[in-house]
Design a protein around this ligand. Structure first.
Ligand code: ZN
Length: 149
């Protein structure tokens, strides 16, 4: 039984500080806490955490999943290519944009795992979302490849 659902996360009653926390806090949790603080940049953890969050979103379609990615201000997804079993998407305004470049580092794996978790609730087969480009790596944009098996 899940103690918390995504809908519960929207129940916010903070009269003074409201609904938002600054991006630097999210980045700190993600990059200083998880990426830097966990073994192997938190690889297995981000996968579990991301998938759990994604599943809780209870989306009904791929479009809705991509829209939520934007609504949650993770970034603005744009479909680059769509073949039958593969989808290639770029993320505009990714949460990592503007961070210093550290070649060899791709830091948006949790966000890919959120997408994977979200899509897994509407697709019967196995799904894999792989981060293939990242601003932090020095790439032009963050990109994911989604594979449907
Ligand atoms: Zn990125």
């Amino acid at each position: 039984m899940n103690l918390f659902k995504f809908d519960d996360m929207k129940k916010i009653q903070r009269p003074t500080l409201g609904n938002d926390v600054p991006l630097e806090l999210f980045r700190s949790v993600r990059l200083i806490g998880m990426y830097q603080g966990l073994p192997m940049h938190g690889k297995s953890t981000t996968l579990v955490v991301g998938k759990k969050i994604g599943e809780s979103l209870a989306v009904k379609s791929v479009e809705e999943a991509l829209q939520l990615f934007k609504d949650l201000k993770i970034g603005i997804p744009r479909v680059i290519e769509k073949k039958d079993a593969e989808m290639h998407i770029a993320i505009e305004d990714c949460f990592c944009e503007g961070l210093p470049v550290h070649e060899g580092n791709m830091v948006c794996d949790l966000e890919g795992a959120i997408l994977e978790g979200a899509l897994s609730t509407i697709y019967k087969g196995r799904i894999n979302v792989r981060e293939v480009k990242c601003n932090v790596n020095g790439d032009q944009e963050c990109e994911y490849k989604i594979k449907f098996f």
